[in-house]
Design a protein around this ligand. Structure first.
Ligand SMILES: NC(=O)c1ccc[n+]([C@@H]2O[C@H](COP(=O)([O-])OP(=O)(O)OC[C@H]3O[C@@H](n4cnc5c(N)ncnc54)[C@H](OP(=O)(O)O)[C@@H]3O)[C@@H](O)[C@H]2O)c1
Length: 251
């Protein structure tokens, strides 16, 4: 049985899929949560030493998933885990448009998936594992856009800025616990995934920065999901992980 457990949201494609593959290859038990299952990941798990558990859930509604997670973790509390991680990776871009043209339901959904549910999952994880002897870590996948404003990106920027700031608060909470979790909100750099494609395909009249995303792609400046995942997992494994609650994996 694995001694390492990682709960990973948004594991079905993009950066999350690469994280799941690499965690499974190094013997982690991975609980992946996305709306879709990931074809092929089962085989990767069988070929590797890790174990894969997949939950299909819409993270726009976090409360039932958190309840399920609490019960699932409580049922595994007696296992001899050495490390237990939560990686909040799932995120969605709402339609790329100025706030004045945005749909209220679309904005609410982006904030739920990108901010509300990650916060709820952190709370559930911290509560359920508080008495565990394992080293506990949370990595919230943030973005440079949580730290820099961009036109037509209000909800995404707000979700990531909120993620950075609640992680700072959570780090203070955990510093007061005898065996508090190490937590960090990490910007992963720019990565060749569906999200970048969505940015490059946005209507130019609504998105003044579209050309800069096209430029990054044309100049080959996007990391592959595999390279970005490797950097993030190396960062998570550092002895000083969580020393800074908000970081950029590029240093
Ligand atoms: N790509 C970049 O350049 C870049 C830059 C900075 C930060 N980031 C951050 O890196 C993380 C991963 O991004 P990515 O580029 O890999 O994105 P992506 O390719 O769009 O993948 C998003 C993942 O989130 C899941 N997801 C989206 N909405 C969901 C929902 N309602 N419920 C459950 N799961 C949902 C998707 O799975 P399903 O569709 O199966 O649900 C998918 O696995 C995100 O937090 C993003 O903000 C990315």
């Amino acid at each position: 049985m694995s001694a390492h457990l990682t709960i990973l949201t948004g594991h079905s494609r993009g950066l999350g899929l690469a994280l799941a593959e690499q965690l499974l290859a190094t013997g982690h038990t991975v609980l992946g949560i996305s709306r879709q299952r990931s074809p092929g990941l089962d085989q990767a798990a069988q070929a590797a030493s890790g174990e894969l558990i997949e939950w299909q859930a819409d993270l726009a509604d976090g409360a039932p998933v958190c309840q399920q997670l609490m019960a699932w973790l409580q049922a595994r509390a007696a296992a001899p885990w050495q490390t237990v991680n939560l990686i909040n990776n799932a995120c969605m871009l709402p339609a790329i448009a100025p706030l004045s043209k945005s749909d209220p339901a679309d904005l609410a959904r982006a904030l739920r998936v990108g901010l509300e549910t990650p916060m709820q999952l952190c709370a559930a994880f911290l509560q359920a594992t508080a008495s565990w002897n394992a080293a506990r870590k949370i990595m919230n996948i943030s973005s440079a856009l949580g730290r820099r404003a961009m036109a037509s990106q209000s909800a995404y920027c707000a979700a990531k800025a909120g993620m950075d700031h609640f992680t700072r608060c959570m780090a203070l909470d955990e510093a007061h616990q005898p065996q508090g979790a190490k937590v960090c909100s990490v910007s992963p750099g720019v990565i060749a995934t569906d999200m970048q494609l969505q940015l490059r395909s946005a209507p130019a009249q609504d998105f003044p920065d579209r050309a800069s995303f096209e430029g990054l792609h044309a100049q080959g400046q996007l990391s592959s999901p595999e390279a970005a995942a490797r950097r993030l997992l190396a960062f998570l494994a550092r002895a000083d992980y969580g020393y800074e609650p908000v970081a950029d994996v590029r240093g």
